[in-house]
Design a protein around this ligand. Sequence first.
Ligand code: BG6
Ligand code: BG6
Ligand code: GLC
Ligand code: GLC
Length: 921
Amino acid sequence: MRLSDETLLDIMARFQAEMQKGLGKDTNPTASVKMLPTFVRAIPDGSENGEFLSLDLGGSKFRVLKVQVSEEGKRNVQMESQFYPTPNEIIRGNGTELFEYVADCLADFMRTKELMQKKLPLGLTFSFPCKQTKLEEGVLLSWTKKFKARGVQGTDVVSSLTNAMRKHKQDLDVDILALVNDTVGTMMTCAYDDPYCEVGVIIGTGTNACYMEDMSNIELVEGDEGRMCINTEWGAFGDDGALEDIRTEFDRELDLGSLNPGKQLFEKMISGLYLGELVRLILLKMAKAGLLFGGEKSSALHIKGKIETRHVAAMEKYKEGLANTREILTDLGLEASEADCVAVQHVCTVVSFRSANLCAAALAAILTRLRENKKLVRLRTTVGMDGTLYKIHPQYPKRLHKVVRKLVPNCDVRFLLSESGSTKGAAMVTAVASRVQAQRKQIDKVLALFRLTREQLVGVRDKMRVELEYGLKRDTHPLATVKMLPTYVCGMPDGTEKGKFLALDLGGTNFRVLLVKIRSGRRSVRMYNKIFAIPLEIMQGTGEEVNAGQGVPRSEVPACHPIQCRPGMTAALSLQLFDHIVQCIADFLDYMGLKGAQLPLGFTFSFPCRQASIDKGTLIEWTKGFKATDCEGEDVVDMLREAIKRRNEFDLDIVAVVNDTVGTMMTCGYEDRNCEVGLIAGTGSNMCYMEEMRNIELVEGDEGKMCINTEWGGFGDNGCLDDIRTQYDKEVDEGSLNPGKQRYEKMTSGMYLGEIVRQILIDLTKQGLLFRGQISERLRTRGIFETKFLSQIESDRLALLQVRRILQQLGLDSTCEDSIVVKEVCGAVSRRAAELYGAGLAAIVEKRREDQGFEHLKITVGVDGTLYKLHPHFSRILQETVKELAPRCDVTFMLSEDGSGKGAALITAVAKRLQQARREK
Ligand code: BG6
Ligand code: BG6
Ligand code: GLC
Ligand code: GLC
């Protein structure tokens, strides 16, 4: 019975394999360690409260309890309990009678505690292996230990007990909300005091353990999010013969005489119900061999169960142990010499030591699994402990702890004794169950606001269509919220464009200066670019003079200062902004060795501009994160020209000003002539498309087509989307630089999605549904959820722990459960955004189809923007929605790999050619 360290490590490895087998869908049916999902997903967080009933059946004592979990955050639990006997005729009789007996005891308890009129939720601790498909149901797989009531195996014990309670209808009004194993109850009891507790171990009448497993590893339960407690039922380890090499003749003999031969073989080497019996069998053999008691036999030694675990514990006491041994042996009618007593004591030690060793090996396997699941080098964790053997045996805990620490040196384990049994924990589970139920309802209510029905999406599509028409018509144009701005871009590149161009790209996430070389014929374009930051002083417009120093390359700017995309960065003076842009151009030319070069320039300016020609653009109003003063109502080309003049260092020929949607459409149009739509899903949200001249009432002429910059971000500014706007959208709008404006953009684009998420999280936290109800400073900080974080959080490949880590990086101290909710919130917000984009785009392509009188339309959409490019689901949902809402259009999405700078250069090339032609004429 002595097990070497190697053997223990070997057993540990075998148990690890058993766990894996039990968790696998295909391997579970033949696994002896059943690894039962418990549907307990969260450990207590201190917010549990209420009054609960609890039953504790299956350990050495049967108890009924009332548990009062305090409110107001004070972790305070009060319990009143009553023990009831469990006579053999009840626990080994008829199942119905067993449950009726339990119901009788409950009714008696309620009567004596005067609880009859109360409707209380009940948590049932039932310490036998049960297969659960939900928390409030459990089919008994087999009886273990001392129980063997007929007709219960294979049935749901919750409904059996509920049925039995019907007899007491007048007195009993209880709702069984949870069925928990005693290990689970123990873990939860301990976790209430120590949030690190994620394992529960019982070493009592029987032995068993549970622990928190990653959902992604539990093949028998759907879903990959979060964790769930697994009741290992490790007592059955070895039932398939896996431990035959360490089982002894005594183990075999004991098993044959048990209520469940061949079953629970690991338990039978460990737990309190069997330990004394093992000692008896060994002593009997030694006595028979004449090694003890002077060859004299006692008839008491022949009687099964004569030596109990409490005897073993007493005999192993430090000081009184020897005296206790003599007394116990004398009571058995044995005349023991001093040497006999020492020998008997030794047998006890060997048997109980083996028990502790075996438990340690299995526990070490669980701890290793936890550590590996968390991908940690060192695990800090707490194990909740209970059971009479562990509690009354003088040396057991110390030995167990020592061996565990030896077997898993990379785990810092705290062993916490459950002082109040499993019931406190069962009440926690019940409380959590009722809290989770209630919270889920609240969270669902919030998320439902973001779920758009097909009808609603069709409504959005149709309203967009109406707005598009308004914007195009001369009469309605002035009041239109979707501005439908003519761009004076009338054709697609035809491949004859050529030359060297400068391009500026301002208004997206990055500000860039580019050199674009277009070679005709081969449709090949070479680009060189540099990203610059616009310093905070300029973005925030402190009014100070810009020093004449260097433009700041993006790489030298702290990453936390994105150029302009945060709300709240206001009022840069126009002078500063344009002088700074010119400074960056100068730096770039310098960097490219082109100082003094005179190049045609195309200016991608991603804001709404009213154009009278390709090289004139009056800024209507700033959107997104810009708010430089003295620019609105001014021509941006003039402002840039003047800044160049002020610098007086080089001359540039500003040939075209283009919106980023237009630049994107052109970039893609260079590859695919079918590309007649440009879409941006980035910091902002916008779309442009080729419209028939005859439909554009603002521009003379009916021939051909012209690109219209829709500025659809303003859709809804007249209130037409109010039916789907939520309180969160309104809050985001109110906190933005342009309240009341760009409502559609604020529901769809990268700059705002994170803000919507943040508003929802604040609200859920206020409702106590997240972050333990604590609104942190971080959560109050605008702009913390940039598009890239949103995209990371929603990635399918990410385990929940990684989501949690991202949130922690953002300064949000979230639990796993919080992380699930945050991910759901992100998902709901980004899905709605993609669907709204889809509805908007469907309106356009349908319009194009109808205008051309086609049955079917084949069209390509050039797309750009960080939201489209980084988000794991956005593009798919967008495409699905378009398909659904514009079924007669075959829409191809083409990602613009080169940004809009290339398109702007192409437009410049065409414009330049026309300019020259005009001059020559
Ligand atoms: C008790 C728990 O403290 O310990 C029971 O409340 C559990 O749920 C029992 O079954 C296990 O120990 P034993 O020794 O009573 O089987
Ligand atoms: C870039 C284009 O690729 O995408 C810009 O070059 C455009 O012109 C931008 O504004 C849009 O995306 P985001 O996410 O940077 O706003
Ligand atoms: C037996 C039961 C198990 C219980 C353990 C401790 O092993 O099968 O469910 O947890 O005893 O009471
Ligand atoms: C904003 C701007 C628009 C731009 C879009 C995408 O909506 O108003 O001009 O195209 O953002 O960057």
